[in-house]
Every structure is written in structure tokens, then in C-alpha cells.
Design a protein around this ligand. Structure first.
Ligand SMILES: [Cu+2]
Length: 399
């Protein structure tokens, strides 16, 4: 509210000054100081504008250098996936190209505006066209852009190509909803069971179709564990609105669309522990902890608890503004060695087992006459023809 008032006061002040200058101008009409009252620019006006052009290009250069020095360290650093370096390479080439071209063209634009600024004695030179010149300034961008686009397409197909025949790939479903993520591992059969929003019930929060034999060994998880050096193929589903699964450290992002399955695959190359030892990450962590300890001093002074020190973890973030808590829609990603990953996975409970156990314990607690049917989850809905189509379209087929 205070800032709104300040803005209103500043706007009103601006209007007042503007009106005052108008009144001042009106009082000067006819006086000697304002003899040249025409709207046509004089040599002096043109000179001032010419030098301002120079000043502006100087400002652009200085601000660019300042930005690079001040914020340059905020880039992501070492990529943690196999395709990450290709991606970074493409980004670096594009950025350097744009940077160089813009530095040169901005200088030329502003320099010529200065050099050929208006003068009473100067007459414009009539120059119709020059085929050779036009050919040169058309063909150079064509060649450069074609090269860049071809390289981009090559990198894109390399990154996006998923070989479904590869046996060793790990299939993981990533399920998005307002405002969080869940993961489901395909289990021993390597096939994710069918799923549909209509099957969501109790602990079956992802709507897995428990009548599908492939679904029995599926493993749900609230933390995304990934093995280092093994291709992981993600199948994305959304429960409600459009989300976007964004793994910044792995240079990966894919839209998560309700009613369909999207996919993306990458191979992690650095475990969480290895990434924590990366000099860039160590620097970032030190920075964050410096800010946190400063903040903690304030908090403690106000009688509140101090902040915990930060340790690095990979994150899966939502990168589509999907509602009020979008900013906090994230899931921890842990990259382990293949051994540690397999050990972790073997300790997890399959969804089929978890549901069965829950039903059994519920049955024990209930009196004998009120028996809970064992296939309670399997017969949740009798599918009509439309719903079968939906279920088929969202069914995840891996093999
Ligand atoms: Cu979201």
C-alpha cells in the first residue's frame, strides 16, 4: 500500500513538473532567448542527438560488462546428464554469435547516426540499390542461421531420440498435480501398469489400474531416485492442469499435459555426492549459507529459530505457472550409483503389496459380517466406452 502511494505521488509530481515547463515555454514566446521557435531541428539539436547516440551505445556496452561480472556466476554450471554438454555447447555458440553480432551492429548503427548527423550544409546522397551488397548481407545470415539450425536439429534429435528396444533403460512415471510430484517405478517386469484418474483411491494416489497385472509390482515414491550411467525414460502424466517437469541440472524439460503421456529420457552422469564436490556447486552452497547465516542472526534476534544450513540436492521443478503454490512445486532428485539405487529400489514396497496389506489390516479390525471385498480397488469403476478410450490413451506402453 505504501509503495502504491509513493508511485501515485511520483506520477503526480511528474505531471506537475511537465505542466510547469509548458507554462514556462508559453511565457518565453516572442522573447529574444527563444527567437528560433520553429519545430525544425537546428544543427545544435542534431549535434546533441548525435553525441547522445554515442553515449547510449557506451551505456549498452558498460551495462553488458557490468551484468556479466555481477550476475555471470548465476548460470547453472556443470551439466549432470550425458546430453547436457551438447546442450550447453549449442547454447554457448548461439549466445556468443548473438553477442558478437550485436556488439558490432550496435556500434555501427550508433556511429553512423553520429557521423552523418543533420547539418544545414549537408545534402543527402541518393543511392538506389546495390545488388552485390544486398546479396552479401542476405547470404551471410542465411549460411550462419542454416548452420545453427542444422546443428540445433541434430542436437535435438540426438537428445529426444528414445530407443524403446534398449533393455537396460529404466522406466519411471512422473506424476504431476497441484502442487507436487510423485514417481512410479515400473518394478521387476519393466512395464508400468495402466492408469487413469478414475482409479485414484486411498493410497493409490496416482490412479494406477490395479486390475492390470503389470501394475502389481509398480513402486510409488515421493523422492525421485535415479541410477548413474543408466538411461532413464520418464513418462509424464498430469492429474489436473498443464505442468512442466524441469530438471535444470540435467538440462531437461518436458510439458506435463492432462489426458496424455509425454516422455523424455536422459542418462545421469554425476551422482548427488559427486555433484556436491563440484567447485561451482560448492561456491553456490557457500553463498547460500552466507545469506542464510545473515538471515539467521536477524531471526534469532527476533526470538525465532535459526535457518538450517543448506546442502545441495538435485531438484525437479514445475516450470509452468499452474496455480498459487506453483513456486513451491518441487521434488528431490537423488542420483545414486547403480548398486545403491538397486538396493534402495529393492527396499521399496510395491503398490499391489501395500494395498493388499492395508486391506488385510482393515479386515482384521472390522467385525466379520462387514467384510471388505478384496477386489475393492480393481472394480472401482465399470468402464463405459468413452472411458475406455481415455484409459487406453493414457495407458503407458513401454515395450
Ligand atoms: Cu505445476
Amino acid at each position: 500500500m505504501t509503495s502504491l502511494l509513493i508511485i501515485a505521488v511520483l506520477v503526480l509530481l511528474g505531471i506537475a513538473i511537465w505542466q510547469l515547463t509548458k507554462i514556462f515555454h508559453l511565457t518565453q514566446v516572442g522573447s529574444a532567448a527563444n527567437s528560433d521557435s520553429s519545430e525544425i531541428a537546428t544543427d545544435k539539436d542534431n549535434s546533441v542527438n548525435g553525441y547522445l547516440m554515442f553515449a547510449f551505445v557506451g551505456f549498452i556496452y558498460i551495462f553488458t560488462i557490468y551484468s556479466l561480472v555481477k550476475w555471470g556466476h548465476l548460470v547453472l554450471g556443470t551439466p549432470a546428464s550425458e546430453h547436457g554438454s551438447d546442450y550447453d555447447n549449442l547454447m554457448a555458440i548461439s549466445m556468443w554469435l548473438i553477442f558478437t553480432v550485436q556488439t558490432i551492429t550496435q556500434f555501427l548503427l550508433h556511429y553512423f547516426s553520429f557521423k552523418y548527423r543533420g547539418k544545414k550544409t549537408r545534402v543527402a546522397y541518393y543511392y538506389a540499390d546495390n545488388d552485390k551488397l544486398e546479396f552479401i548481407w542476405t547470404i551471410i545470415p542465411v549460411i550462419v542461421l542454416a548452420g545453427l539450425i542444422l546443428y540445433g536439429l541434430y542436437a535435438w534429435t540426438n537428445i529426444m531420440f528414445i530407443d524403446d528396444e534398449k533393455e537396460e533403460a529404466l522406466y519411471v512415471e512422473v506424476y504431476a498435480k497441484q502442487f507436487g510430484w510423485e514417481a512410479r517405478y515400473a518394478g521387476e517386469d519393466g512395464v508400468l501398469g495402466k492408469s487413469n484418474i478414475r482409479y485414484i483411491e486411498g493410497i493409490n494416489t496416482m490412479g494406477v489400474d490395479m486390475s492390470d497385472p503389470n501394475a502389481q509390482d509398480d513402486i510409488p515414491s515421493t523422492v525421485l531416485h535415479l541410477p548413474k550411467g543408466r538411461k532413464v525414460i520418464f513418462k509424464f502424466r498430469s492429474q489436473d492442469v498443464l505442468h512442466s517437469a524441469y530438471f535444470p541440472h540435467f538440462r531437461a524439460q518436458m510439458n506435463v499435459v492432462p489426458g496424455m503421456v509425454t516422455q523424455f529420457g536422459f542418462t545421469p552422469v554425476l551422482t548427488t555426492d559427486e555433484m556436491r564436490l563440484d567447485p561451482g556447486i560448492e561456491q553456490k552452497v557457500a553463498n547460500i549459507n552466507k545469506i542464510r547465516s545473515k538471515k539467521s542472526v536477524e531471526l534469532v534476534a527476533n526470538g525465532e529459530a535459526a535457518l538450517d544450513p543448506y546442502t545441495f540436492d538435485y531438484l525437479l521443478l514445475c516450470n509452468k505457472i499452474c496455480g498459487s503454490s506453483h513456486y513451491n512445486m518441487q521434488m528431490k532428485v537423488i542420483v545414486d550409483t547403480e548398486e545403491d539405487f538397486n538396493k534402495w529400489l529393492s527396499e521399496q514396497k510395491a503398490l499391489g503389496t501395500a494395498i493388499k496389506e492395508l486391506q488385510e489390516s482393515a479386515q482384521e479390525e472390522m467385525p466379520a459380517e462387514e467384510e471388505v471385498p478384496m477386489d475393492d480397488l480393481a472394480h472401482t469403476v465399470e468402464l463405459d466406452s468413452t472411458m475406455t478410450t481415455i484409459a487406453d490413451s493414457t495407458a503407458v506402453k513401454n515395450k
